[in-house]
Design a protein around this ligand. Structure first.
Ligand code: ZN
Ligand code: ZN
Length: 256
C-alpha cells in the first residue's frame, strides 16, 4: 500500500475540509504520514502567503503534536512555476516547509515572454517546446530543492525524457497524481527506464479523497513502475474504498 500522502488541499486554498479533517481521514486510511500541501503564494486565487502560511504552519505543528501517536503531519507547499527556472517558494521555505511540490498552474501572473507562451499553451492558443518546459521545471527544482513535480504534463506539456532524466539526476520525484493520471503508460515506462522515481499523491480537495490512490496505483501497476514508487510498501494490503470512490475523485475541480 501507499503509506504517505504528500499532496492534500484544505480550506486554506480551495479544498473543502479543514487540516484536522484531512489528518483524521489519513489516519482512517491507515497512512503513517500526511502533508497539507497548499498552493504557493503566486497563485492569484488560491495562493497561501505571508501570515496565512505562517498560521498554517502553526496549525500543522499543533496537529502533529495532537496526533503524534497516530501519524506524522507535515507542511508542504505546491509551488508554481513563475518563470524559466523560477518558482514562488518563499525565501524561508526551507525552514518553513517540509515538502515542496512544483508544477505549472493557471492563475499565476504571466510576467515574462516564456510564461506568456506557457499560458498560451495552457489556454489552448499556442504550442510550446516541451523540452524547454521540462528544463524550466528542472532548473527551478534544483534551485529551490523541490521534492516532487506534481501532475507532470497537466496544463502544459513537458518532455518526459528530459524531465525524467533530469529528475533522476537531481533526485526529484515524478508524482503519479491520484485525481487524474497525467502521464501515459508509455511515459511512465520511459521515465522508469531513465531512472526516475515516483511519488503517488491523492491531490485530495476533500477529506474523503485523502489517501485515495486507486487511479494512480492502477496506472503504476499497468506500466510496471510500482517498484519505483517511493511511498509504496509491497507487503501491506490496500485500504478498501467504497464502490464509485475512484470515479468520484475524477470529478475533482479543474484547478489542482
Ligand atoms: Zn496542482
Ligand atoms: Zn494540488
Amino acid at each position: 500500500m501507499i503509506f504517505s500522502d504528500y499532496h492534500t488541499h484544505t480550506v486554506y486554498s480551495h479544498g473543502t475540509g479543514s487540516c484536522e479533517q484531512n489528518v483524521l481521514a489519513a489516519i482512517e486510511r491507515g497512512l503513517s504520514r500526511i502533508a497539507i500541501s497548499e498552493h504557493g503564494p503566486a497563485h492569484l486565487f488560491y495562493g497561501v502567503r505571508n501570515e496565512r502560511l505562517r498560521a498554517l504552519r502553526r496549525e500543522v505543528d499543533s496537529l502533529a503534536c495532537r496526533y503524534a501517536n497516530d501519524i506524522e503531519v507535515l507542511l508542504g507547499l505546491e509551488c508554481n512555476l513563475t518563470d524559466f527556472g523560477e518558482c514562488d517558494a518563499p525565501d524561508d521555505a526551507p525552514a518553513m516547509c517540509d515538502v515542496l511540490l512544483l508544477a505549472f498552474h493557471k492563475g499565476v501572473l504571466l510576467k515574462s515572454p516564456f510564461m506568456r507562451r506557457l499560458g498560451g499553451e495552457a489556454f489552448g492558443f499556442t504550442k510550446n517546446d516541451p523540452i524547454k518546459t521540462a528544463q524550466a521545471l528542472l532548473t527551478a527544482a534544483e534551485k529551490y530543492r523541490i521534492t516532487a513535480f506534481s501532475h507532470p504534463g497537466l496544463y502544459v506539456k513537458s518532455d518526459i525524457a528530459t524531465l525524467a532524466k533530469g529528475a533522476a539526476e537531481l533526485g526529484v520525484l515524478l508524482e503519479i497524481n491520484g485525481a487524474r493520471v497525467t502521464m501515459s503508460k508509455e511515459e511512465l515506462e520511459l521515465a522508469n527506464e531513465l531512472g526516475a522515481n515516483f511519488l503517488i499523491g491523492s491531490d485530495a480537495h476533500k477529506p474523503k479523497n485523502v489517501g485515495n490512490f486507486t487511479l494512480a496505483l492502477d496506472a503504476a501497476r499497468e506500466a510496471g513502475v510500482i517498484d519505483g514508487v517511493l511511498n509504496y510498501v509491497p507487503d501491506l494490503p490496500e485500504p478498501i474504498f467504497l464502490p464509485g470512490y475512484a470515479s468520484e475523485v475524477r470529478g475533482v475541480g479543474a484547478e489542482s
